[in-house]
Design a protein. Sequence first.
Length: 437
Amino acid sequence: MSELRNLRVALLGSGSVGSQVARLLLEHSEELSARIGAKLELAGIAVRNLDAKRDVELPQELYTTDAERLILGADIVVEVMGGIEPARTLILTALQQGSDVITANKALLAAHGEELQAAADRVGAQLSYEAAVAGAIPIIRPLLNSLAGDNIKRAMGIVNGSTNYILDSMDRFGQTTEEAMQIASDLGYLEADPTLDVEGYDAAQKAAILARIAFHTELPADAVYREGITKITAEDIATAKQNGQTIKLLAVVERVEREDGSEGVSARVYPALISREHPLAAVHGGKNAIFVEAESAGELMFYGAGAGGVETASAVLGDLVSAARRHVAGGPGVSFKSYANLPVLTIGEILTAYQLRLTVADQPGVLQQIAGVFAENNVSLATVQQSPSKDTADAATLVIGTYRAREAELKATLERIAALDAVLSVDSTLRVAEVSA
């Protein structure tokens, strides 16, 4: 081993992921060196507070508060500190000096991914970010490499383990939204600001990254249509069960043909009904899964741990080994180009099937009125289920399934239905996930 070249690794951040990256680097140093053909030297770990309590015990001399000095001369910089700044500035500094960069920072990539890639390209550095989407699950490299010769039609999946844990607990154990959220919080599944999870912001950032890679089109996170899970009720869960479905917060990115024959890209995050026979329905607890549909390869599914310190560290180390091997072999980093520049479609242009739950007056002619409004707005009914209302006297519950319709047409339909005297309330509107397995 003494004959091998040394590669200096600067680590930015020592939270749950960073501390595990450092531990694994130190514990498996010789084996990693054998795989790479060079020794990985952990030059230091940049932190905000030298005296903070840490989950993993590491040599104190590795810690520094001077991140700028640490990255000078580093061959590879690993950023797991999170947030936009100072992470963006530090990564740009590293790339400008020719260091390869590995990051798990989904928020930064969703907001500034194109800028960071351009900085890497200018000097032939490598920018890698497998850990930014779905934790330990390999999805970035398969899209960039294994499927590079194929055309991705759609990627759809569960990319936020916290919301999956909440919805799964409601479905399997009968918990209310509030109860499931509290347990998820107690277990440490939710972010310090839980709205990042339950309102879909985290999933939207990951959807933006997936869309950019799958469709070679720059797509900022604020262009992703987003709905969270806070409006999902126990009644929604029960209705889904009765119909052989479950509810999952899905991130969907797909290439869509528009009415004029041109193509665009759609990226959206929302709770959706999915058949219990589909593989995604069997994703329980805090796990993640992504279902990919490619033109030639067909249907592929990637499943595993979507979070966790040591699990995410595995993805970071995979990128680190790959970057180190490039240093040994020589040559510039592999660039990624958003060459397609497809237009990003609004949610109003998307065709989707829906399920509506209404409380209506229990009187003759109500269903006929409602069906008429659907017909006038070009939305076709697929199924109608009627039962006595559990909560309102002299009222009935209607569960209406539609065929695929444009979001804009469905919205107009709902507005007119809500205005009918016989409709006491529109209790729920859920999209039905379009699946082929």
